[in-house]
Ligand binder design. Structure first.
Ligand SMILES: NC(=O)c1ccc[n+]([C@@H]2O[C@H](COP(=O)([O-])OP(=O)(O)OC[C@H]3O[C@@H](n4cnc5c(N)ncnc54)[C@H](O)[C@@H]3O)[C@@H](O)[C@H]2O)c1
Length: 434
């Protein structure tokens, strides 16, 4: 077997990153900053052009860091998959969405594996990073790569290593987040460990790709289930006249055995709303029903409707109906201080409020325009006039730039889904979970 370990150690190996999105672009920059030559692949010409101009479209990658590695000729992007033969290691970071019936859609992984198989050469290390159900590396990627007539463990190395980025976080980076790896063979494990130890302080090798695949999905299900639990508790607390926010604060004083999760309008992003279904669907093939996972998804998916019911009640109490009311929604991204609206519950909220006949507008400094089912909306300015003109202002995403003192001072009614007004008093403030 041609070994690329010397090339990795001397950082003369070329790393290919396929899929230059939220996961792939930061990874490509991390390898180039470590001194590797990186070739980034994407099917979107626009993204490739932007990368080659040093212009970032992902919040976690600054223009400065991108243009620095591009100018130093350490990072180049291309749509030309035949250039896969130029690279020594390939990290696959393509999307893993769901179909309309919420089943895993592996078409991106399958299509890319076919491309790699066309150009596969001896000694290459292929690492799948996309989140997926256990068995994908072995039963989906491996047979496609071996259709090239080259053999895993003899001619090339195949491994799985899940991405664990925390989008928007200043604290957690590729460098300080332990990286889980596993190869199909012990040599592949050694090779993938060596590669990632060039950019991550801690690399944790596990016994097989299935353990690594399950670990990533379990981490996201853990979040989904705990968020669902606190979302359910929020609804019960409201019925019992208890503040869920005070309960969480009090429980957080426990120094062991408890970790805070917070209620909200639902879950969003590419991971938590999707990944649990990957496992649930795979489990059904074994006649196993993942009840916890599906119940959590159901509770989280129902949160936008629950919030709308609460807004209706709050308006009714003030002699108004949602139909015909002016509602201003603050924040449409799924997470604070981010421009990502994938699966965003705030978007669902805007849609539901609009469907019930309200005149809905929104503000989001990160998203100038959004598309609803029947129209598009443009973000309005967050002015005293716009706040006071609304019958209800809904805090859907808690962007740090929102000044809650001003929002609550000028609004007739504030519905807070994130608990950001919890230190504030006022008859015009209604909170989820209270
Ligand atoms: N976003 C996150 O926070 C996050 C965190 C951990 C893991 N993940 C997982 O990582 C994977 C990628 O997620 P993402 O958020 O980066 O997705 P993304 O949509 O931001 O990026 C994927 C990129 O892949 C490109 N692409 C699709 N098919 C391609 C192909 N055949 N060749 C080259 N490029 C191709 C797309 O054009 C896009 O630019 C998913 O499996 C996701 O579940 C995401």
């Amino acid at each position: 077997m041609v070994s690329i370990d010397k090339k990795i150690k001397s950082r003369s190996a070329t790393v290919g990153v396929v899929g230059l999105g939220y996961v792939g672009l930061p990874l490509a920059v991390a390898f180039s900053e470590a001194g590797f030559k990186v070739l980034g692949f994407d099917v979107q010409q626009k993204r490739v052009d932007l990368v080659n101009q040093g212009k970032s479209y992902i919040a976690d990658v600054s223009d400065d860091s991108l243009s620095d590695v591009v100018t130093r000729k350490l990072l180049e992007a291309t749509t030309d998959q035949s250039r896969l033969k130029e690279v020594d290691a390939i990290c696959i970071c393509v999307p893993t969405p769901l179909t309309k019936t919420k089943d895993p859609d592996l078409s991106y992984i399958i299509n890319e594996s076919k491309e790699i198989a066309k150009y596969l050469r001896r000694g290459q290390l292929i690492v799948l990073e996309s989140t997926t159900y256990p068995g994908t590396t072995r039963h989906v990627v491996l047979p496609i790569l071996e259709s090239s007539k080259l053999r895993d463990g003899v001619d090339f190395y195949l491994a799985y290593s899940p991405e664990r980025v925390d989008p928007g976080s200043k604290k957690h980076s590729i460098r300080n987040t332990p990286k889980i790896v596993s190869g199909m063979t012990s040599q592949s494990t050694e090779m993938v460990k060596l590669l990632y130890s060039q950019i991550a302080e801690t690399v944790v090798a596990v016994s097989c790709p299935e353990v690594a695949e399950m670990t990533k999905i379990f981490e996201n299900i853990f979040r989904s289930v705990n968020i669902a639990l606190v979302n359910e508790l929020a609804q019960l607390c409201q019925n019992m006249g208890i503040s869920v926010w005070q309960v969480i604060d009090a429980a957080s004083t426990k120094t062991f055995g408890y970790m805070p999760f917070y209620p909200g309008p639902g879950v969003g992003g590419h991971c938590i709303p999707l990944d649990p279904y990957y496992l649930a669907s795979k489990a059904r093939e074994l006649d196993f029903h993942t009840r916890f996972i599906e119940l959590a998804a159901e509770i989280n998916e129902n949160m936008p409707s629950h919030v709308v019911s609460r807004i209706m009640e709050a308006l009714n109490t003030r002699g108004k109906s949602l139909n015909g009311a002016k509602v201003l929604v603050l924040g449409v991204a799924y997470k604070k201080d981010m421009e990502d609206i994938r699966e965003s519950p705030s978007l669902k909220l805007v849609q539901l409020i609009s469907d019930r006949g309200a005149k809905v507008s929104y503000n989001d400094p990160y998203m100038p325009k959004i598309q609803l089912s029947h129209c598009s909306l443009t973000s309005v300015a967050l002015t005293k006039g716009n706040l006071s003109a609304a019958d209800c202002v809904v805090i859907a995403t808690d962007h740090s730039c929102y000044n809650m003192d001003e929002v609550t001072a000028y609004s007739k009614l504030v519905f807070d889904t994130r608990g950001v007004t919890k230190g504030l008093m006022g008859d015009n403030i209604v909170r989820l979970g209270e």
